[in-house]
Write a protein that binds this ligand. Structure first.
Ligand SMILES: Cc1ncc(C[n+]2csc(CCOP(=O)(O)OP(=O)(O)O)c2C)c(N)n1
Length: 362
């Protein structure tokens, strides 16, 4: 078992590929078809292209505050690749590649970050929860989802993400604790990107690894190179299979790095050295997978160029669609919290309507 071989107390991090895309642990290399690996590569490139575009759109005033995903593509996509249809994906706010792999249309993603809640109306049956901005609040929800599906004997796994900062929240602790006690079919991935806004990982916890927090809750735990798609995939696959067999949850620490600012409202130069990010550029998850694919003969320079131009075209199409989408109705601000709108809320809604009507006249 990987979680035994890479017991977090022994300080070993799971890796399959080195930073040049060379296999370092031949026995661990997953037997994935070329077609699957190519799709994985295309999805990671699409995520990178869509992410870069989102930052540009924000700078142009065409999209709201946005959290860049650059550098963390493998940490969400490896786990998503290990899911089966019908499994749940509960995300925080920096998991674009995993969402795309599971089938979220880019249109939804852009609409959401453009401030249109219609973006969170996902295609039915996708089993992805909406973005969760209150840090770690999605973790107890993911345990509830997993517990409910176990009670219904649905044989589904619930994969949930949070950041290293999220592990300091009460919600995180409560979720891990209850999940361990009830042995819910969960896989938790902590994207340890070394920073929670300006708080470094060293100030987040005195524990040497985040993975070892699993032990105190009676969970399996493992620290994985989060920029290594294959390592993230095999660690999650083992954890998902264990969860599906009813053998309890796993906490995976994806050791990665937030290459960009926390959000477009942040300036990381104020609190961290630029040389730190430069060092992490060498471990880029996309370049690493590209080198691996080239070494297998399943990618070459021409195909690579095509992958990027296809991605950019898909991004432009989704942006045009999102910008052409009807704006949300005013009433949406007041609806959807209650099955029947309470009278105070109705009064507020009527007042706002009247004010806007009078404003139009004046
Ligand atoms: C409960 C709560 N507190 C504070 C915030 C403001 N906030 C947004 S993201 C963030 C840091 C989160 O860090 P981490 O969990 O490591 O995720 P990352 O942003 O690095 O992906 C904070 C403090 C919030 N959204 N929710």
């Amino acid at each position: 078992m990987l979680t035994d071989d890479y017991d977090p107390h022994r300080g070993r991090m799971l890796k399959v590929l080195d930073q040049n895309g060379k296999v370092v642990e031949k026995a661990l290399e997953p037997k994935l078809d070329d077609s699957v690996l190519e799709r994985a590569y295309r999805t990671m490139v699409l995520s990178r292209a869509a992410d870069e575009k989102a930052v540009i759109l924000q700078r142009q005033g065409r999209l709201g505050a946005y959290p860049p995903n650059h550098g963390q593509e493998a940490a969400s996509m490896g786990p998503a690749m290990a899911l089966e249809e019908g499994d749940w994906l509960v995300w925080a706010f920096r998991e674009l590649a995993g969402l795309l792999w599971k089938g979220l249309p880019l249109l939804n993603y852009y609409l959401y970050w453009m401030g249109n809640e219609e973006g969170s109306r996902y295609p039915p049956g996708l089993n992805i929860t909406p973005a969760s901005i209150p840090v770690a609040s999605q973790m107890p929800i993911s345990v509830g989802i997993a517990y409910a599906s176990a009670l219904r004997s649905e044989n589904r796994v619930t994969l949930a993400f949070c950041g290293d900062g999220g592990t300091s929240e009460g919600d995180f602790h409560e979720a891990m604790n209850v999940s361990g006690v009830l042995r819910t079919p969960n896989v938790f991935v902590v994207q340890n990107n070394q920073w929670a806004i300006s708080v470094p990982r060293s100030r987040q916890t005195a524990a040497p690894t985040i993975a070892q927090k699993a032990c105190a809750y009676g969970l399996k735990g493992i620290q994985v190179d989060g920029n290594d798609l294959l390592a993230m995939y095999i660690a999650t696959k083992e954890a998902a299979e264990r969860a599906r067999r009813g053998e309890g949850p796993t906490l995976i620490e994806a050791y990665t790095y937030r290459m960009g600012n926390h959000t477009t409202s942040d300036d990381a130069r104020k609190y961290r050295l630029e040389s730190e990010a430069k060092g992490w550029e060498l471990r880029d998850p996309i370049s690493r997978l590209k080198a691996y694919l080239i070494s297998r003969g399943s990618l070459d320079d021409d195909r690579e160029k095509q992958v990027w131009s296809d991605a950019r075209e898909a991004v432009e199409k989704a942006v045009a669609e999102a910008e052409g989408f009807p704006p949300p109705a005013l009433e949406d601000v007041f609806q959807y919290t209650y099955a029947e709108m309470p009278s105070e809320l109705k009064t507020e809604m009527d007042r706002l309507r009247a004010e806007l009507r009078d404003g139009d006249k004046g």
